[in-house]
Write a protein that binds this ligand. Sequence first.
Ligand SMILES: Cc1ncc(COP(=O)(O)OP(=O)(O)O)c(N)n1
Ligand SMILES: Cc1ncsc1CCOP(=O)(O)O
Ligand SMILES: [Mg+2]
Length: 426
Amino acid sequence: MHVDVVKTGMLPSLGIVKVLHKSLREYPVPALVVDPVMVSTSGDVLAGPSILAGFRNELLPMADLVTPNIKEASVLLGGVQLESVSDMRSAAKLIHDMGPRNVLVKGGHLPDSLDAIDVFFDGESFHELHSSRIKTRNTHGTGCTLASCIAAELAKGSSMLSAVKDAKHFIETALAYSRDIIIGKGAQGPFDHHFRLKNGQSSCRLDRLNPNDLLLYAVTDSGMNRKWGRSIADAVKSSIEGGATIIQLREKDAETREFLEAAKACLEICRLHGVPLLINDRIDVALACDADGVHVGQSDMPAHVARSLLGPEKIIGVSCKTPEQAQQAWIDGADYIGSGGVYPTNTKENNRTIGLDGLRTVCLASKLPVVAIGGIGTSNVRAVMEIGVPNLKGVAVVSALFDRECVLTETRKLHAVIMEATSLVK
Ligand SMILES: Cc1ncc(COP(=O)(O)OP(=O)(O)O)c(N)n1
Ligand SMILES: Cc1ncsc1CCOP(=O)(O)O
Ligand SMILES: [Mg+2]
């Protein structure tokens, strides 16, 4: 049988670590995920010094990914205390020096953190992965499930970062779904791994789009990128490296063939980074390149028609300026709403500005997550993120990223301001 991925769980003796090491040398696999199960939730160290040495010397150098939680990272590093995201970054780097290709330090136990923050390090770049912290007793087995889910996504062909992001989203959604289930009498209960099978359409919605991906939504404009002498793919790559969390190709004046080729190139980059890629207006192009979804406006193809063409797995965003449009978008099977122009913009002609009040009204009427758009940049993004409605998940930006000389620098700057603003909101 051909094995695509091996994932390890608790390894209770040095003998077993050695057998595993020998077998993996004899029968190499395309990917090895090591979940270094060493510390129980109650804090007991489950692995003695000899097993620890086995992990460090034999397994970690072979691993494509190791997934310690904070306590396990601390044990691997000889007992150093990890109390902040910055400590987690340093730990990820030190563990990476032990040999694994990628490290995911899980911050679920991080004190004083409102989000569940994990730090991913691939030897070159760090990624902070945020998800909401779900208040529930049913957290038993989350680490094991996360590593298993990553392994499964890798076996399906995902890149490492993309697999990690998908797995984290699966855990967040499963925990939210299982929040109030009561099974057993322990302090912790298990969560429901099968929620996807039970919850019909609404879980599909949660599944297609991770609302946190709307945080910094980069929308391209070929005119702007041409003006600055770069390809669409180069612009997309730089924006992702700067922190963009989702991309939309909005190529109003591109020939269909040219658009399709650019979309394919961008999709490759996006998949590598685990960032969704949507196509503006053109359902045909989205289908032809197998993009992650589309964004449509009130005068484009209706969202319910787009849904029937694209099927249940693709993301659909709809532009809405009014509560009625927001309600219709939900009925039509959309996944998120783009609402604006919040401020005046030169990027879209004759676009009515709705202001912060209009944005708030749409958010309050929407069952879907919302991304704000229109005239947004570093000088006003804080005011947008601070309007105080929980379903406003981020900002979509064209000129502040792409009508600039250096997309990477501008995206980094905007990302930093958004992160600061969202931490203040919480
Ligand atoms: C995220 C996001 N929100 C709104 C829009 C605007 O879409 P639409 O109203 O269809 O206008 P065009 O972009 O097609 O000119 C968007 N593109 N993205
Ligand atoms: C496409 C779109 N829809 C509403 S405003 C807008 C343009 C946003 O561009 P910019 O970020 O340059 O103002
Ligand atoms: Mg449109």
